[in-house]
Design a protein around this ligand. Sequence first.
Ligand code: MOS
Length: 737
Amino acid sequence: MAEESTIIGTDVTRVDGFLKVTGGARYGVDYKLENMVWGVGVPSTIGAGTIKNIDTSAAEKMPGVLGILHHGNTEKLYRAANVFEESSRPGESRPPFDDDGVYYYGQYVALVVADTFERAQAAAASVKVEYDAHTPDISNDELTPKDPPAVKYERGNVDSALSGGAVQLDVTYVTPVETHNPMEMHATIASWTKEKVTLYETSQGVVNHRNVASEMLDLPREKVEVISRFIGSGFGGKLFPWPHSWMAALASKRLGHPVKVSVPRSLMFTTVGHRPFTRQHIRLSAGQDGKLAAFDHEIFQPTSMVDDYVENCAEVTSMLYSCPNVRAVQHVIHKNVGTPTPMRGPGRTPSLFAIESAMDELAIKLNLDPIEVRLRNYAESDEGSNRPWSSKHLREAYQVGADKFGWSKRNPKVGSMTQGDEILGWGMATCTWPATRHDAEVRVSLMADGTVRAVCATQDVGTGTYTVFAEVISDRTGIPLNKIRVELGDTAFPPGPISGGSSATATVLPAIAKATDQAVTALLHVAALTAGSPFEKTDPKTLKMTGGRVHAQDKSPDSGMYFTDVLKLRRFAALDGQAKTEAAPDAKQFSMHSFGAHFCELAYDPGIARLRVTRWLSVIDGGRMINHKTARNQILGAVVMGIGMGMLEETVYDPRNGKPVNNNYADYMVAVNADIPDLDCIFLDYPDTHLNEYGARGIGEIGLTGCASAIANATYHATGVRVRELPIRVDKLLQKT
Ligand code: MOS
């Protein structure tokens, strides 16, 4: 591997691309099972209260209706034990139909099953639910903590240091609820037979989903199989399982049919998570030189009535900048909303909007360049955990970005840079995301048909996981990519990690490498130890595999034989290697994070207060890129999402009943092509070998962190308006100018 690799670090095209564009990739809802029927959920139309009565009499008589499940007639499920965070974690821990309570608008109160989707939908509309409704508590104006803080970090003495220093800042930033909007909506097909339950899902964590199913449905793990071969993205919303999965399973059990339950777009805004609102109060003090003396970060974040979800905005505060006195405290407050869940870059994404906006405000107060103020507070080690960095090249990211973007030509005076009738704004921000690695187990088989098959119960959420896994096998065996079959997304395979926290690549690569090497070692042994082999009675250690051929180390590959001929010697169908790898051994010693810098140019038309991002550059220190094409795709995609977060995205609730009023693609604004300018990104490509032998980190999330603040900072530079409440819409500029 490493230096001489002809495939690692190149621009390989996705190995599953052909299947995807030809319709050959099967997503969860694409499975057509024999005798399959359709379930349509009935969502609550109140945001808080109790169900007084459910009248199903009309619906039951409608054609094709097979059954209606609700709290009054359905068995109670168990709760997932969830003792260790990642072992069996549900999205919403309250099982469906658990009681007569309604905790948020759009909570499922019944499921109607019929022989066609249309009949199920018509009958679901005829179910009459009587409620005892209260006004839901959804106001984010009152986020009064009742419990001790969910997160509390402090070093030094913040209170005394805050009043010292040459300058102080005391400001509050707000990020709204954002909703995951993957193209592929959530859905489950549940097939409950005597032998086992199979769940066809769209899941970023099939093993976790299987474990939760086992606990909630009270079945041994080996009697539950979760399948998710292709995923139309998830952004975190599919990390943990949601109530529709259990409704499908319950209905299949009761009716003896496979049951398909899809979550319509409108309920994607209520029952499958969202990024919670945050209000972040930042107070800081600094010397005239820009050096931070104290940094105080207090975060208020709502969760649902039924779960204690923490969007940890405090964690990054402890490590991003060098500062002797730092405090980060986060309060979590229960509200009548669905349970929030991780959304691309959870915690750090909203947190960096606040921190990186505050650093810009500090630079302006001191008349310092925004990059300079960051360099003066550069953290040479992780002061939060008192550990050295495993690999950090943020200084270079600032430098490379500034050079390429032309930062030295920036006139810091507000509104001073013009282009025709428009005013240009230039802003920048730091981005960062942790590098983590978990347990993974992989089986790699050298097959008699000339292919290599690799299996692991992780999944490709759409990021290129199939591709980078195949690249590693090809790298180690010299067998071309078109002969390598990676199969993921089935709990029948050896257990793999969630596709989350940008950790799947770093986690699975070492296991793939080890399993591949084991399969090759087995092959060399067969070549050396089999009667009639040209290598008979040689020491297997003197053999190697190159370009798929086994040969003596001191001779050319041509002198040897193709691996399939070795298998033929013994009539083997396959030779397997299976390996399990664990968290990075150096993880306790080093603090492992990716870093980077975003540079944003936008154009402001003062006549009509129109703001458009016109140019973007991201420089990413994200370890070694295994595949530059898919990596670039991740960063550019994240910046598109960042432009959405900065300028468009906000889930708006009706205060009367807690209904998300913009629960559709027309009203919930995400960035579209018209909003996206020229985007560019540069990878510094320093391997982080403390994390794994390839030096690969993850890059699914870092690209979104920091984006919104780069936009806010550029907006200030153009307009003189400091928008501290996302999204930055025209009305906010008009109000203040
Ligand atoms: Mo990511 S929010 O861990 O899918």
